[in-house]
Design a protein around this ligand. Structure first.
Ligand SMILES: Nc1nc2c(ncn2[C@@H]2O[C@H](COP(=O)(O)OP(=O)(O)OP(=O)(O)O)[C@@H](O)[C@H]2O)c(=O)[nH]1
Ligand SMILES: [Mg+2]
Length: 331
C-alpha cells in the first residue's frame, strides 16, 4: 500500500552578484574616489503551499529549479539588481526533507505558507564601501557568495479526492489501474481487493487527482458480510464518488436495485457519504449484452437525476471523458 507521494527535486538559489572595483573619473578631478557599487543578492528558492494541489505530480515533470543570479555592481556606485526568486508550488501537507540526510527542513501545513528553502548568495560589496580615512583609494571589493544548492525530497500523505464504490467484480480495480498509476490485483472473483489502493490520475500537465479503490460492498456489509464496511473510512473525505455497476453481474440483474443496496450500505456507515456528488459508471461496455442494455439503463438513472458514464477498460472507451468530468467536479 503506497499512500505516500514522493518527489525529489534539485534546487539552486541564485549566486550573489560581485561588487565592483571602480574609481570616479571626472574632468578636473585628477584622482576620483572609489565608486564601485555592490552586487545584487541572489534570488531565493521558495516553497509555497497552494490549495487545490493534491499530488506532487507536477514535480515529476520538472525536477530542477534555479533562482536568478544577482547582477554585478558597477561604477558610479550602481548596485546590481537582485536575482529573481523562484517559487515552487506544493500541496498543503507536504513534508520537505534534505534528500541526502533525511533531515526535515519544512512542514507545509497552511494555505499560502512560504518557506525559503535555499537562500540566495549574499551580494559582494563594491570598493566604495571600503573607503576610510586611512585608505581613500581602496582596491578591495568582494565577490558575491554562491547561492545554496541542495536536493530535497518532498513527501505527501495522499488523501483521496475520488472514491470507487460498487459490488465485488464491478471493475473498480480495473478502472483505477486504467486511469492511474495504481496496479491493484484484478481477478474475476469477488473480494479480490482486500485493502484500499490509492492511485494518482494525471489529467493534464497541471491537474491531477487521487482515486481510492476499495473492496467491494455487498448486502449486509454493515453487519460484517463480505469485507464489511470499515474501509469506507478511506473515502469519507473524498469529494466525488464513482458508483460502478456491472450489468452482467448474475447476482444483481436489476441495476436500480443494485444501486440502492450499495447506497444503503454506505448510509449505514455514514449518511454523509450519500450527500457527495456522484457519478454512475456502467462498466464492461465491450461486452455485447452490456451494450444492448446501455441506453435503457442510462435513462433509468438519468430520470433519477444521476449523471451516467459508460466505460470499457480494455478498449479504453469512455475513460477520458470520465476523467475530464471528475476533474471538472473537483475544481
Ligand atoms: N470485459 C471486461 N471485463 C472487465 C472490465 N472491467 C473489469 N473487468 C473484469 O471484471 C473482473 C473484476 O474486475 P476487478 O477490477 O477486479 O473488479 P473489482 O470491482 O475491483 O472487484 P473486487 O476487488 O472484488 O471488489 C475481472 O475479471 C476484470 O478483468 C471491462 O471493462 N470489460
Ligand atoms: Mg478490486
Amino acid at each position: 500500500m503506497k499512500f505516500i507521494d514522493e518527489a525529489i527535486i534539485e534546487i539552486k538559489a541564485g549566486d550573489g552578484g560581485d561588487g565592483c572595483l571602480s574609481f570616479r573619473r571626472e574632468k578636473y578631478v585628477p584622482r576620483g574616489g572609489p565608486d564601485g557599487g555592490d552586487g545584487g543578492d541572489g534570488g531565493d528558492c521558495i516553497l509555497k503551499a497552494k490549495q487545490g494541489l493534491t499530488t506532487l505530480m507536477d514535480l515529476k515533470f520538472r525536477k530542477h529549479f534555479e533562482a536568478g543570479r544577482g547582477a554585478n555592481g558597477e561604477g558610479q556606485k550602481m548596485f546590481g539588481a537582485q536575482g529573481k526568486d523562484v517559487t515552487i508550488h506544493i500541496p498543503i501537507g507536504t513534508i520537505v526533507k534534505n534528500a541526502k540526510t533525511g533531515k526535515i527542513l519544512a512542514d507545509i501545513s497552511k494555505e499560502g505558507q512560504e518557506v525559503i528553502i535555499a537562500k540566495g548568495g549574499r551580494r559582494g560589496r563594491g570598493n566604495a564601501r571600503f573607503a576610510s580615512s586611512t585608505n581613500q583609494a581602496p582596491r578591495t571589493f568582494e565577490k558575491g557568495e554562491p547561492g545554496e544548492e541542495l536536493r530535497i525530497r518532498l513527501e505527501l500523505k495522499l488523501l483521496a479526492d475520488v472514491g470507487l464504490v460498487g459490488f465485488p467484480n464491478a471493475g473498480k480495480s480495473t478502472l483505477i489501474s486504467s486511469i492511474s498509476n495504481a496496479r491493484p490485483k484484478i481477478a474475476g472473483y469477488p473480494f479480490t481487493t482486500k485493502v484500499p489502493h490509492l492511485g494518482v490520475v494525471q489529467v493534464d500537465r497541471e491537474k491531477s487527482f487521487v482515486v481510492a479503490d476499495i473492496p467491494g460492498l455487498i448486502e449486509g456489509a454493515h453487519q460484517g458480510a463480505g469485507m464489511g464496511i470499515q474501509f469506507l473510512k478511506h473515502i469519507e473525505r473524498t469529494k466525488v464518488l464513482l458508483h460502478l455497476i456491472d450489468l452482467t453481474d448474475p447476482e444483481h440483474p436489476d441495476p436500480l436495485k443494485s444501486y440502492k443496496v450499495i447506497c444503503d450500505e454506505m448510509k449505514s456507515f455514514s449518511p454523509d457519504l450519500l450527500k457527495k456528488p456522484e457519478i454512475i459508471v456502467l462498466t464492461k461496455m465491450d461486452l455485447p449484452e452490456v451494450r444492448e442494455m446501455r441506453s435503457k439503463v442510462e435513462n433509468l438513472f438519468k430520470k433519477k437525476g444521476k449523471k451516467v458514464f459508460a466505460i470499457s477498460a480494455p478498449n479504453r472507451e469512455g475513460l477520458e471523458a470520465l476523467v475530464k468530468e471528475v476533474a471538472q467536479r473537483l475544481t
